[in-house]
Design a protein around this ligand. Structure first.
Ligand code: SF4
Length: 383
């Protein structure tokens, strides 16, 4: 409550133009539902374009990403408090931790120093900043003491971890310190990472340490070298394929996920076919596929665009290929024993490789249980 009024906070997203549109719809809906509340907007879309949100009659306050965790920003009566993200040097006054009933997400890094041509995130989140290992370890000790069996390390550009800290520690060294200092943590998972930036120690831990989950989500985006170049990505198709081969040779059960964009500007049929083939070549079983959506102000938005219908068609083709690959992977798990982290409401959960299974009876959310997988554990299969 602020000044005697309830506060509704809308955390906006700028990842696509569609996300910005959804934010505006959510603002209008929230205002209709709570006509008397103070309505504040924060997050990346508000950071990138604060004036357009401040101009909405439904909005009382716009608060930037750099200010949203500062009590003084909320105590101020200014309608617009949005600083320059490029000048931020610290991750946040408090390490951001999100918990659901089963696991904890610990944000160890924020911001990004890269400039992929399709992406507006660096303008919303500012330069790469990392949380010192001591603060991360303390946070993880707290969530493990509170009963969490799985921690996910998150960040906008996770593999940039440490560049800004004294001694430039790597993500691999952070993971190693967590494993040593929090021996009671059973499962540590990484969120999306940049394929070419896996350091040597991280590779060893991913492939040799049972407490590091055999699941890696790679920010690949495309499987064609010309498109990767136009995206200003920092890896080639061959780099991605070679990395996955090395990882899976060392730890065959490692499950690969990837983000892929369908119909990036200038993508022709042969280029799209290269991205499609990447699903098999990198054994991608967890795919996040998006038809390209231009973000205002980015270089890709000024490149020759692929017809929207074609982008959608290519996204659908990629989705069916990845669904086929995932089905074959799940099939290969039949009869194996999997350690499942039980999720709410207690009758489902994820394996170490992040396969989503249903459970035949209710268990306590957050527990890890051992299950011999049958077809009855698959979603979409009649029990
Ligand atoms: S590395 Fe990720 S966050 Fe950074 S510019 Fe590229 S897509 Fe955006």
């Amino acid at each position: 409550m602020l000044d005697g009024r309830d506060v509704v906070v809308i955390n906006s997203c700028a990842v696509t133009n569609g996300a910005v549109k959804q934010t505006r719809t959510a603002i209008r809906r929230a205002r209709r539902a709570r006509p008397d509340a103070m309505l504040a907007v924060t997050g990346c879309a508000a950071q990138i374009d604060p004036a357009s949100f401040a101009a909405m009659p439904e909005v009382d306050r716009v608060i930037g990403n750099g200010e949203k965790l500062l009590p003084e920003a909320w105590a101020s009566s200014d309608a617009l408090i949005v600083g320059d993200m490029a000048r931020l040097t610290e991750i946040a006054p408090h390490l951001a931790i999100a918990v659901d009933q089963a696991r904890a997400f610990v944000e160890v890094q924020n911001g990004c120093d890269h400039r992929c041509t399709f992406c507006a995130i660096p303008f919303g989140r500012g330069p790469s900043r990392s949380a010192p290992a001591g603060a991360v370890i303390e946070a993880i000790e707290r969530v493990v003491a509170a009963g969490k069996n799985e921690v996910v390390l998150t960040g906008v550009d996770l593999t940039s971890y440490g560049h800004d800290l004294p001694g430039s520690p790597t993500l691999g060294s952070l993971v190693e310190r967590i494993l040593v200092r929090v021996p009671s943590l059973p499962r540590l998972r990484l969120s999306s990472i940049d394929a070419p930036e896996i350091d040597g120690r991280l590779f060893e831990l991913l492939t040799q340490e049972a407490r590091v989950m055999p699941h890696l989500h790679l920010s690949l985006q495309a499987g064609d070298d010309m498109i990767l170049k136009r995206m200003k990505r920092r890896h080639s198709r061959a780099d991605a394929v070679r990395l996955v081969e090395r990882l899976k040779t060392a730890r065959p059960e490692l499950a690969i996920g990837a983000d892929l964009i369908a119909g990036f500007p200038t993508e022709d049929g042969a280029m799209a076919a290269n991205s499609l083939a990447l699903i098999d070549d990198c054994d991608i079983v967890h795919a996040h596929i998006f038809p390209y959506s231009p973000r205002a102000g980015t270089p890709a938005a000024r490149m020759p665009q692929v017809d929207l219908e074609l982008r959608r068609e290519r996204a659908a083709t990629l989705r069916s290929a990845s669904a086929r690959r995932k089905a074959a992977w799940l099939d290969s798990l039949m009869g194996t024993e999997q350690q499942i982290l039980v999720e709410a409401p207690g009758n489902r959960g994820h394996s170490t490789g992040f396969a989503d299974f249903r459970l035949d009876q209710n268990h306590r959310t957050g527990d890890i249980i051992s299950v011999t997988i049958t077809k009855d554990h698959l979603f979409g299969h009649a029990a």
